[in-house]
Design a protein around this ligand. Structure first.
Ligand SMILES: N[C@@H]1[C@@H](O)[C@H](O)[C@@H](COP(=O)(O)O)O[C@@H]1O
Length: 238
């Protein structure tokens, strides 16, 4: 099924099974001494976070670094990624430190601050979701493979996909701070999760397509240790 030897693809039945499989990888990383874990938001990692919350794994020696945050939303806004992480993971599972971009801070200061956070805490395991247009974090098509944390403009496709969490598309922020593709690639290990038929094309392009900035996740073909955990629907175009 997987014709690209660089990306290991594990196919599971559904998101529930995906959460359990992803949990095993996280557990193994912890056993191997993981100190810094890169975290993702969106609906995809929810089943993994449920497994983590319900486990007895101890993250009190692990630093968490999140991929991105909407610009303009305060951390206590119920659609901010900061709020999502607190509710889905951090309240139940304390980490040593948690880092997430501050959506209210100024661009210059915040991007410099966040790049320093990543530089000071090399990521052992990075969790990723994937957008329907193959974005990772908020690195939309056209993002440079050399990019670090910066302000990004969301595409219409992403605004459409994310409006389900807001009252209307007009309420979806237009900009975000996102870790760049080079920052993501600097992680020692990467685990990308994807569930559902609407991710099938993005997954196929990322795994088997050309490595191009038009398909941000395709850069993962160049990483030495990457696994995709996808359900049967998301694997259907591989
Ligand atoms: N910035 C996030 C990504 O980190 C996430 O992976 C992706 C998919 O979201 P979902 O998991 O809800 O499909 O879109 C969002 O825009």
């Amino acid at each position: 099924m997987n014709s690209n030897k660089n990306i290991e693809v594990v196919v599971v039945k559904d998101a529930q099974e995906g959460g359990k499989k992803a949990f095993e990888y996280v557990k193994q990383s912890l056993e191997e001494g993981m100190k810094v874990m890169g975290l993702a938001t969106g609906s995809t990692p929810e089943t993994l976070y449920t497994e983590l919350r319900n486990s007895d794994l101890d993250f009190s020696n692990v630093t968490a670094i999140n991929l991105d945050e909407y610009i303009g939303l305060p951390g206590d806004h119920d659609q901010s990624y900061s709020y999502f992480m607190n509710e889905n993971l951090f309240k139940a599972k304390p980490f040593k430190e948690t880092h997430i971009p501050n959506g209210l801070a100024s661009e210059e200061e915040e991007t410099a601050r966040y790049n320093k956070v990543i530089e000071d805490h090399p990521i052992d395991l990075q969790i990723l979701g994937i957008g329907t247009n193959a974005h990772v974090g908020f690195n939309e098509p056209g993002s440079s493979f050399d990019s670090l944390t910066r302000k990004v403009e969301l595409t219409e496709e992403t605004i459409e996909a994310n409006k389900r969490f807001f009252e209307s598309a007009d309420d979806v922020p237009r900009y975000a701070y996102s870790m760049g593709l080079a920052s993501i690639m600097s992680a020692d290990k990467i685990m990308l999760l994807a569930y559902g038929e609407n991710k099938a094309e993005a997954v196929a392009n990322a795994v088997n397509g050309p490595v191009t900035e038009e398909v941000p996740a395709s850069i993962l073909q160049k990483h030495k240790d990457v696994v995709f955990i996808v359900d049967e629907a998301a694997a259907s175009k591989l």
